[in-house]
Design a binder for this molecule. Structure first.
Ligand code: CMP
Length: 139
């Protein structure tokens, strides 16, 4: 059965564009409920830990540099079928391939500066939500 939560990060490019408000509006308009949220700047250690599965990829160092370049918004989103529905709303990893109406089409630039993160499976959603939020921070 599909899980009901996903972890999102509004990345430094969204914050730089002063677009936290419109992106959250779009997310909540699609019936996602915010169960936890934090405005923060990721440390190098946090970014490396969060993206550990990509540590051997060629793009890893650029990814860490970008994700620690400015503040981000972390949030746990809840909805039936959360992972899949959120990935539809944000569009594909490469922003240049994202369809009009998706968040990455509106706010992303390319495959590296792609505006938002969304968990890619229920298992990873669980890990990612636990990575950033304790249970006492969820409402
Ligand atoms: P995200 O959804 O945050 O998860 C992993 C990130 O790695 C992804 O978004 C992109 O920002 C980045 N990424 C994935 N694939 C590539 C790639 N081929 N080249 C550069 N960056 C990538």
């Amino acid at each position: 059965m599909a899980g009901n939560k996903t972890l999102t990060i509004l990345k430094p490019d969204v914050v730089e564009q002063n677009a936290i408000g419109p992106v959250l509006t779009q997310i909540t308009a699609h019936d996602f409920r915010i169960r936890a949220m934090r405005y923060t700047k990721l440390s190098d250690e946090q970014a490396r830990g969060f993206y550990e599965i990509h540590k051997d990829k060629s793009f890893f160092e650029n990814l860490i540099k970008f994700m620690t370049s400015g503040p981000v918004v972390l949030a746990i989103l809840e909805k039936d079928n959360a992972v899949e529905d959120f990935r539809k709303l944000i569009g594909p990893t490469d922003s240049t391939k994202a369809e009009q109406g998706t968040i990455r089409h509106s706010y992303g630039t390319d495959i590296e500066r792609n505006a938002v993160h969304g968990s890619d499976s229920d298992e990873n959603a669980e890990r990612e939500c636990n990575f950033f939020f304790s249970y006492s921070e969820r409402y």
